[in-house]
Design a protein around this ligand. Structure first.
Ligand SMILES: [Zn+2]
Length: 116
């Protein structure tokens, strides 16, 4: 297995790519194309692509876009969390209602038994 070392520049015959997990820039010998290697930074197995993937620094435009997506993600998470909380309260109420009905059923059955 070829050693994986973090680097920023690609040499001839090497493959430059990003770890699938931590996006850390990695460089390996071209012979490792298609193989699965453990990332040197996070230690997780990551697939070496058949061709180099450009690892360019993030542009201000891309950064703005990422921040927008993050904000969007956050508001969606808040919304979903709200739904989950609402439904949890609803579920709790239905459970209490069922419990009351079960208690009532026992009482009624007891009455029937006594009078039959
Ligand atoms: Zn990694």
């Amino acid at each position: 297995m070829n050693p994986v070392r973090p680097q920023t520049k690609s040499e001839h015959g090497d493959l430059l790519f990003k770890c699938q997990h931590c996006a850390s820039p990695l460089i390996v010998d071209a012979a490792a194309a298609g193989m699965t290697l453990n990332c040197q930074r996070c230690g997780k197995p990551t697939v070496v692509p058949m061709m180099s993937v450009p690892v360019s620094p993030t542009s201000p435009q891309e950064l703005t876009d990422l921040q927008r997506k993050l904000k969007e993600n956050e508001s969606q998470r808040t919304e979903v969390t709200g739904y989950i909380n609402q439904l949890s309260i609803q579920l709790h109420r239905w459970k209490l209602r069922l419990q009351t009905l079960n208690e009532r059923k026992d009482e009624l059955e007891e009455e029937v038994r006594k009078n039959s």
